[in-house]
Design a protein around this ligand. Structure first.
Ligand code: UDP
Ligand code: MG
Length: 313
């Protein structure tokens, strides 16, 4: 019998572990799908890990991975996939904002031979206008870089074992899971789902972490910022030529000094463009440095194995 691994990254989700295990378990039991639930505790500061341990004692379907500290959701998803035993894996949020019923739909499509089933947001759930607008801008840039429409993409997706192996083989640390699953190709399709409202706890993303997420992933998938810098350089160069000619003409006509304002403005303009450019280049270099150091993406401090496997599930 085939087995489905559900990867659930969890950061300070003590209130959700038991409920997620119950609700997802019920849906999959009813659909007669053999499964394991891979909880990845991303270095939670609350009792999340204890909840996972307790649940695992009674529930043979639970696999638990505990990080030595908070490494972020991207790392947690990769750890979950690396420790999943299933013939196919789904990544979903353990706050149940991704509806468990959709799992069955995804699994059936996988049985029909699809190797990647993307969960696509039909609606985005409740968000502030600013959040929606900045997410819109981020996805426009990313969609362009990746070459596909990512505006409704999510981390909720099912992948065949082969696709999972392909993702795990990516050597880069700053991998952007949401885009990688389409970058790898494979036979894919999508299902739509409505983002549910969070019932317990709160979103783990601060404005700061969202900005960091956006910048990291734009840099990881695109060199557009560098092109912008180059074009800004060319624009300023052209402006310089025009002003240079003007200054020369004035010099030969005998009334030179003047133009103090122009000088100040040019210094400010060019200086700031140079500083911004250096910042952008420096950011790419720091990312290269991070990759070159080759540190592990995450560190696991504890682990529980599920007592289910593909044969007797
Ligand atoms: N998460 C994680 N590590 C983090 C932040 C979040 O593993 O550093 C998990 C979190 O527990 C949840 C999922 O990622 O299962 C989505 O996070 P959240 O619900 O806070 O994001 P939102 O739904 O608001 O986008
Ligand atoms: Mg959520």
């Amino acid at each position: 019998m085939k087995m489905l691994s559900v990867v659930l990254p969890a950061y300070n989700e003590e209130k959700m572990i038991v409920r997620a295990a119950q609700e997802i378990g019920k849906v999959l039991d009813d659909a007669r799908i053999s499964y394991e639930l891979v909880f990845v505790d991303d270095g939670s500061k609350d009792t999340t890990w204890r909840k996972i341990e307790e649940t695992a004692k009674e529930n043979p379907h639970i696999t638990g991975v505990h990080f030595s500290r908070n490494f972020g959701k991207e790392a947690a998803m990769f750890a979950g996939l690396a420790n999943a035993k299933g013939d196919c894996c789904v990544v979903m949020d353990c706050d149940l904002q991704h509806p468990p019923e959709t799992l069955v739909e995804m699994y059936r499509l996988w049985e029909d031979g699809y190797e990647v089933v993307e969960g696509v947001k039909r609606t985005r759930g409740k968000e502030s206008a600013l959040h929606r607008a900045s997410a819109g801008l981020f996805y426009r840039i990313i969609s362009k870089a990746v070459g596909i429409d990512m505006s409704r993409a999510s981390d909720f997706k099912l992948m065949d074992r082969r696709a999972v192996e392909a993702i795990l083989e990516m050597p880069e640390r700053n991998a952007f899971f949401r885009a990688l699953s389409s970058w790898i190709g494979f036979r894919s399709t999508s299902v739509e789902f409505d983002v549910q409202e969070r019932t317990e706890g709160e979103s783990k993303w601060s404005t700061r972490s969202l900005i960091k997420y956006a910048v990291t992933n734009i840099v990881a998938f695109s060199s557009a910022p560098m092109q912008v810098v180059t074009f800004a350089g060319i624009a300023v160069f052209l402006l310089g030529i025009v002003l240079g000619i003007q200054t020369l003409i004035k010099y030969f006509m005998g009334h030179a000094v003047e133009g103090f304002t122009t000088v100040i403005l040019l210094i400010l303009l060019i200086g700031s463009i140079i500083m911004i450019s250096l910042g952008i280049i420096g950011y790419y270099i720091s990312k290269i440095y991070e990759e070159v150091k080759g540190r592990p993406r995450y560190l696991i401090s504890r682990k529980i194995d599920s007592r289910i496997d593909a044969q007797n599930g």
